[in-house]
Design a protein around this ligand. Structure first.
Ligand code: F6R
Length: 260
């Protein structure tokens, strides 16, 4: 770790690492520590998980800790942040496929403890489905830890600019920048779904611990806005400035605009 400081925010901490590798390993260690602590107390660890490029190396490290250092996931209950709507879980662009590929198929998590929004159903079922997803998180006592990436427009989950801070799980319209950033995975912009199901900002901020990981120069501008800018629904991640349970984990490039 290079540095830990909270110059911009009175309440939360920023942990700065020299590169993406170190930052990712650090995040994996935080997650592993929580899982082990909960095991020692005979409790489940309720994890909110993210997809995208940012957490890939974190998941790789968790898999290594499982395979080489005996970390068990038998007490883990997971809830993913979001999923495109509509998409079949077997589609290789779905987040169900992503989570299986990078994490779940390599660890001993019980399949009935995995929750990822499934979105291969008709519109009239959405409201009830979202309510059930939200209720399920509450039924496990809420999220012990939420892992977040950040979109270049400041989204967390798929809570796009304009999302209210009291939003819960719901169907959302994807922002043009979000769809543009997803284009490389889907081939063409027309293949990128227009909508997604995402847990809400309120759902996220109720987590007992929140780790926001941002890597690389392309995140530096939004990190500066989210951490130093005004708290506004136009930059959904800005609400995190107000919360004491938040830790931002940044590599040097993502932190480029917030360092002197
Ligand atoms: C993914 C998610 C998104 C991503 C964000 C950053 O489940 O909820 O908020 O964390 O779009 O994506 P990457 O990591 O691909 O830059």
């Amino acid at each position: 770790m290079l540095n830990s400081f909270n110059k911009y925010s009175k309440v939360n901490s920023i942990t700065l690492h020299s590169d993406a590798e170190q930052a990712s390993v650090y995040v994996a260690q935080q997650i592993a520590e929580l899982i082990r602590q909960q095991q020692e107390q005979g409790k489940p660890a309720v994890l909110g998980l993210a997809t995208g490029n940012t957490p890939k190396r974190v998941y790789q490290e968790l898999v290594r800790l499982h395979q080489n250092e005996g970390l068990s996931f038998h007490n883990v209950i997971s809830f993913n942040l979001d999923e495109y709507y509509p998409i079949c879980p077997d589609n290789d662009q779905s987040y169900t496929y992503f989570m299986r590929k990078y994490l779940f198929s390599h660890i001993d998590i019980k399949s009935h403890n995995i929750h990822i929004p499934h979105t291969d159903f008709p519109p009239h079922r959405i409201l009830q489905y979202c309510k059930d997803y939200e209720d399920k998180i509450v039924s496990f006592g809420g999220l012990d830890l939420q892992l977040l990436g950040i979109g270049r427009n400041g989204h967390i989950g798929f809570n796009e600019p304009g999302s209210t801070f009291d939003s819960t799980t719901r169907l959302v319209n994807l922002h043009s920048l979000t769809r543009q950033d997803a284009q490389t995975h889907f081939g063409t912009i027309d293949n990128v779904p227009l909508q997604a199901i995402s847990i809400g900002i309120q759902t996220i901020i109720q987590a007992k611990k929140i780790l926001l990981l941002a890597l690389g120069e392309r995140k530096s501008e939004i990190i500066s806005k989210a951490l130093k800018g005004e708290i506004s629904t136009q930059v959904p991640a800005s609400i995190l400035q107000t919360l004491s349970q938040v830790e931002y984990i940044l590599d040097r490039d993502a932190a480029a605009l917030i360092q002197d």
